[in-house]
Design a binder for this molecule. Sequence first.
Ligand code: HEM
Length: 369
Amino acid sequence: MVVLNDIESVTEALVKRKAEFANRPNLPSLDKLSNGRKNIVFANYTPAWKLHRKIAGKALSTELNDPEFQDFIKKDKKFTELIGKGFVEDMFPIMYKIWTTQKYRKITEIFDVIAERYRKKLEEHKKSFDRDYIRDFTDALILARQEAEDEEDKEVLSELTDLHLVNTISDIFGAGIDTSRVTMYFAVHYMAGLPEIQAKVHEEIDRVVGKNRLPGVKDRENLSYTEATLHEVMRLGTAVPVGVPHSTLCDTTVGGYDVPENTMVMINHWALHHDPNYWKDVDTFDPTRFLNEEGKLSMKPESWLPFSAGRRVCLGESVAKPELHLMFASIMQRFKISLPEGTSPEILIGGGGAAIQPAPFKIIVKERK
Ligand code: HEM
């Protein structure tokens, strides 16, 4: 296995040699939790994956308010927690054909229940589908696939089955939900321990948005300090510390080293965000790192890469950023958060899986008048 710990090697692999590092490793758990690589996150780098990603991206960009979907995604937070801690079965692939651990059985059980529920939902939706009335995320997915029929290679499209669409839901579960949730935990925890920074966020929101309406997506460009604070939360509290494993498609190189085909490659996002060569006073929480002299958001610092890069860059980046901003700005507009007296502001990591989260913490929440 190769672990890339600085932005030079990560850029070389993910940007310069993007296709060569775009595969996923051959692990039994990834096979099982994608019904044989028929999802986006664990699928190999193939034309079918590309099309699946395009269709899901289109469906994600449809504006929706789907309460059933929201209930659905709450069902089991355990899923991502279990997945992130890895499986013994992946170390000894032969073993899982004879005997599996309780943890592996638990996660595959959850996965099967989710997949079956969503398969039924997809069937129902196909029967009542009306392209002029898109009710929810499932309709948006069906529409995106129909639209692809006019534009895409028929042979590739025929590889994209209903099961692929069903697995899009596990992608959203696995990759999209917990990442945003834990980022908000970090944001709340940092604000509780940093009253001066919080006061600046409050001041900006009061000035730009006021108190008589909620912050909207359009306010984001004028809430530079608030956005920079969130960027700093995502730097120090890197929610996905080692990303999703990549694998090499062919013999290649990185940093002057030979890397054979089928080598597992991890991207250490945490190391990039804590690299003292790129970040002054690396452990200090300082949103101004992300601002220019006019106080506006400056170009993204090179070694800030929470959503990764290249062919496998996070599909949800453009959804997650405004969504996190709206949640954070809305909480800050209405509440002042602090720590109970005598509590240390230090943030300890207390579990999580593919996405890490702070250990349970107590805060005091006061409504702002
Ligand atoms: C704070 C929020 C989020 C963070 C920090 C985050 C981070 C990441 C990272 C590091 C990867 C791995 C990229 C790689 O393999 O190099 C990833 C992949 C992915 N993310 Fe996110 N993510 C977030 C939110 C979301 C959301 C909201 C969605 C969907 C609604 C989403 C969907 C995906 C998908 C589908 C992939 C797999 C892409 C592929 O393999 O082609 N993510 N994300």
